[in-house]
Design a protein around this ligand. Sequence first.
Ligand SMILES: *Cc1c(COP(=O)(O)O)cnc(C)c1O
Length: 396
Amino acid sequence: MANKHDNEDLKQEEAKFATRLIHFGAEIDKATGASSVPLYQASTFHHFSLDNPPEYDYTRSGNPTRQALEDYIAKLEGGARGFAFSSGMAAISSAFMLLSSGDHIICTEDVYGGTYRLLTTILNRMSIETTFVDMTDLDQMKAALKPNTKAVFIETPSNPTLKITDIRAVADWAKEHELLTMLDNTFMTPYHQRPIEYGIDIVLHSATKFLGGHSDLLAGLAVTANESLGRRMKQIQNGLGNVLGVQDSWLLIRGMKTLQARMDVSEKGARRLAQWLSVHSGIDSVYYPGLANHPGREIHEKQSLGYGAVVSFDVGSGERAKQLMAKVKIPLVAVSLGAVESILSYPAMMSHAAMPRDVRLQRGITDGLVRYSVGLEDVEDIIQDLEQALQSVSSK
Ligand SMILES: *Cc1c(COP(=O)(O)O)cnc(C)c1O
């Protein structure tokens, strides 16, 4: 009788997402039956025969533990090939290395602060120029097209104002103009959004966030929609050498197995929190794609299966935001998001500190804006904690 774990009996494509998270192909070690992917903590591999070289020969170029992770994310995103990098920024910068000097990128304006920094302080020196546009307005994006435009970079929902970009509309337009499309899917994860199904060429992740999920690891992932892009990414990953280490690859696989269970709890909490904040007199505005008045809600619901676990809100002033950060007891006050513990961050002085103030304000990242990443605590405790903190900050 065939062993169901080494043939295709358990059809990966047909299984539901929760099942695919656990039965991803390498969940049982073929050699020993071990219940987790072995840690191949080795930098190099013996050539038993020079004429018949081993499948893996050097860990920068390939390692079985990292490969298991790379196949895992490719499967979850529905892409051809996956790549694991030492951080989200390593994944994003590697994807940009597909471009050449003289190329032009169209990028969503409220992009992650690190991506903004990469484009405006590093890639610009290599004569790769970027136009930032409000991608909720497709005409703005189309108007940015130049003869040397080669790529479009999307983040949806965006960070931290959670604006929504119509993925299919951008991908279709980009294809007409033979532009490469890249999408930072960190906020949604493949559980809630699979951009390759909508025509995106490369999906990127800071796996430091929801995929890792425990604030104990830094990692980045990339998935290409097809093999030919995969071969080019492989060359870049091997050439730059910014691969994810073996131990962290293992730890990330461990975290990813519980992605759906964690996201379900955090997202439910985020929806409750957003509702509560939206009727609170101490709050000026709330940004969450699940709210009825969110301008991008309809588009988001077409392309995503959930609203995510991040809620941003404006408490009215920088002074009030700082006081709030000092008074809350439950969340970690920190950069980052997507962990078992709630994380409250202050974009103006943390993730978007690299952005000039006028640019920041223009992009809606006001001095009073804070971002709450809902963890696995009881949401009623989270709300009670925010209520006591809001009561003790100075009035508006
Ligand atoms: C954190 C983050 C990144 C950068 O990832 P690192 O793992 O910190 O390098 C990129 N994009 C988004 C949306 C992020 O939240």
